[in-house]
Design a protein around this ligand. Sequence first.
Ligand code: MIG
Length: 875
Amino acid sequence: MTSLFKQVSRIVQGVRILGAGLVIQSALYPFRKAYYNAKFHDGGNSSLRGWLGILDALRNPQVSPLTPADCTFPGDVRAVRVDRRAVELSCDNAVVRLTVLAEDLIRVRLSPTGEFPPPFSYAVTREDADWPTVDFAFHESKEAVEIRTARLTCRVTKSPCRLTFLDLDGAVISADAAGMGWRGERVACWKTLGPDEHLYGLGEKALGLDKRGMAFEMWNRDPQTYSPGDDPIYLNIPFLLGLREGRGYGIFYDNTFRSWFDLGAGQEDVVRFEAAGGELRYYFFYGPELTTVLDRYTELTGRMIMPPLWALGYHQNRWSYYPEARVREIAHEFRARRIPCDSIHLDIHYMDGYRCFTWNRRHFPDPARMIADLGEQGFKVVVMIDAGIKADPKYWVCAEGLEQGMFCTYPDGRIFGGPVWPGECHFPDFTSPRVRAWWGELYRGLVEMGVAGVWNDMNEPVVIGFQGDTFPDCVRHDWEGQGADHRQAHNVYGMQMARATAEGLMRLRPDERPLVITRSAWAGAQRYCMNWTADNQSTWPQLKLTMPMVMTLGLCGMAFSGPDTGGFSGTPDGELLTRWMQLGVFTPFFRNHTAILTGDQEPWVHGEPYTTINRRFVELRYRLLPYVYTAFWQCAQSGLPIMRPLLLGWQDDPRTHALDDEFLFGDAFLVAPIGEPGATSRQVYLPAGTWYDFWSDAVYVGGRDVLVDAPLERMPLFVRAGSVIPMWPVMQYVGQRPVDVLTLHVYPGDGESWLYEDDGHSWACQRGEYRLTRFTLRREGGALELRCQIEGSYTPTYDRYRVVVHGVEHEPRRVTADGQPVAEWTFDAESRQLRFNVIKIRPPRSPVETHRCKLCRICCKFPSRKGHTRPRRSG
Ligand code: MIG
């Protein structure tokens, strides 16, 4: 009954949003799709088969997973060939080729025909020849073949051919169960799972961090709002990370076809990855540190593009702000209420009848003017661009696309079409370099009007069927001139759209780093764009789901991500919105967004005390911007996520293995959001080490759970002892005025901290115009010493540090800065904070020179090395 009610209300809602015409078109679409799939099945072209296909579709046949009994396997190894980089094993039924790309990276390929064409991949950025050759030892015996690098061994038994990866002590990292097999076009691989093995990754998954025991599909799909557990959704990445008895490894299954990962769901101790077609080709990475795996994975698939700094500020959005007066009103509200904000996004209603690259002139008579005015108030405008182009020959984009053959076609060359927001649409074929170049150029008008960033939606790609649908399998794609059908191209469509957008923006504004937000993507997309986790719901479980989702994306290279803060479907109450805003400060992407027909969700809608609390938290994000920016830079260097599972810092601590209701944000913060209504405290697990409560400066010794206060105005937040956290003064938007002082919050302990700075928007950083500061904090006897080392030729606008030392028990005897006594300081015994200024930060004399100095030395008593607990009442 309730489900009937749900169905009916869904339809009513659908009609309200889509309009009756589109509802009918979309209800018919699945049949259209079935018709074409059947018509062009097996390369043939028969209308009769098309009609039968519709009947067939009504039965909706399900594919069952492959089992080893269904498959052909390579059989026994009969001959072995070794060259400088690779070992080729000729087996009874196939050839297996192992290529050593790095000491900790081996690629495995299976070919039933024995041929190995150069491995084309949209994910991989490097040709084999670009990897420096690595030495490996090769050993062959009667039973097995062994490849041994300086970091791992791959042992292949000959009868039958099966692979085991071992560390240098001979411990198993990962081993074939049935190994690699195939049936028709389908390929699969079975590996064993250790009793205490944990599994992570796979992209955007609406589930917890540790994915052991679950099964997943990899097929980018618009679920039209999702709940915890729904799978698959928009963005899938076939990268799996494992942790087996302390040994971290990764498997990148470089196959774009619809695929499945069974992580011990069918059989507790077996993992299976299977694809509907394509080559069985995977990359095996070994750590043992998972951070090493991530570093290598992002070396293979590319590192995150460094975003412009303003994109790290706060973004406000809804579906949709219009007309112009409403957009201006929102901007005005932010400034009047002094809630910092850098960007307002325009959702689909800014367009003329949902035609991409056009404006609804009734609602937005002079967009350039509006954007300029908003710019003066410090707002950047981000606009949505969808994948579907309205099939309307009078609309210039469509006309150009038709004339130049830019759209995806059926196998007989006719242009494929299907309904999206504007009604019947055609879809650019983003797997063609020619189409990408054209698409990039389409942004010219928007860029000239001053649009600062682009938001690509509906690029799974979505055709609005009864449920989120997509193209028929038979639709053709260029695939860089090689040709492919939609089964192969589907999963990279969104990524290639985002790429076309990013490359276009970079051509149009060569000096600016682009911001491209995409809903769908695939492995390697971090080189072009970032993503958001789309149509979530305004519920507490979804607030909590944000954590494993964003952490998991970060483990798969897509670290710049975040949810619709406050939730997309539905309307949060004041408490939920505030708790979510608090979490949002620590998600890499901080944007509030809500669906059409929901209540307003701007940070002030619930009045007090919510507005003030929301403001304080957004301000905290702005104060932390230099820190956040540094975390982004780290990610762009080594793939280390911004929002990190604790497991990346404490891999050997079993408590971290499935922990996903708290996380690390950069190197210093541990964040434990409140995910329950009415909660005023929560339990937090602190891993080994010493931790400061950010609010009270109470010191905790880690390796245990603590119960901490969390009244509405506080979210549990801890700082690792030994950290130096750089902060800026609060501004209403990035660049509102030059930063005149950088505050260094020092948390006594031993540690190293980084600060990365550049102009925040151009590529000058790639020419050395950046400044990298390494802070080293040491306690020695009765003193705390902070040293710094500065490199790079960028000169920030400030010329002094304000140092705030936390947790200082007694007034210091002496404070020196750069060797000279500091004359003035303030010490507050109650808050235990010591403050003083350090002026004259000498920049390096030349860009290549590194400047080293003893920034300050404070002689006084600090919490002892072991640390002690002195929780204070927070107040
Ligand atoms: O089918 O553009 O996920 O953020 O507001 C809905 C309207 C289409 C889906 C996006 C959402 C956006 C909405 N879009």
